[in-house]
Design a protein around this ligand. Sequence first.
Ligand code: DC
Length: 221
Amino acid sequence: MIITLDGPAGAGKSSAARALATRLGWCYMDTGAMYRAVALTALERGIPLDDSPRIAVLAEEVRIEFRDGRVNVDGRDVSVEIRTEAITAATRPVADAPPVREAMKRIQRRMAEGIDVVTEGRDQGSVVFPQAELKVFLTASPEERARRRHREELGRGHAPTLESVLESQSRRDDADCARPVGAMRQADDAVLLETDGLSAEEVVQRLAELAEACRRSREQP
Ligand code: DC
């Protein structure tokens, strides 16, 4: 069975998807981390970020694995490296390129074959797994998302203003929605879950209830 969780940056997708997968005992796929890992490897190998055919080949060559909450590329733990500002910026042209997205779609479908998985990203329900049994579009107001991101940044010892976080978030939202291929979009049959005012535990609880309802309806003749 496949559960897709799509939505904008800062909606709390990653922690919700990870917690849901743990609760269900399923695999977890963070597709943003996959794009980030490919961008990091391209930089390390000196492949220009606008050489999308070569980056698409690279994506097929490297082995990306999620293990114990870490992201590994060819057996190397890159969990921390892929979260830097530089890699966030380098990932943008990589994720925009249609040949890379085509390769990623194939890879993600292969990874999900024959297993129960919670997969998280922008296009998982709309493009990669249109047949998913449960699709959720997780979002929150821009102000709420920016407040969460701002708190995280302060926790990491950075000191951006709330306004600057809101501004860069709005640029990312625009770019995610404007991408010609694989733009962030709520699938027609996705459940919309707004997380303003909900704690992380409450979000996971709602998701688990949706998953249970979906499982029960599948069992009915
Ligand atoms: O969710 P994130 O910030 O880790 O995503 C990193 C980048 O990859 C961001 O530019 C959005 C993009 N992305 C995408 O285009 N499609 C996905 N399925 C997941 C992420």
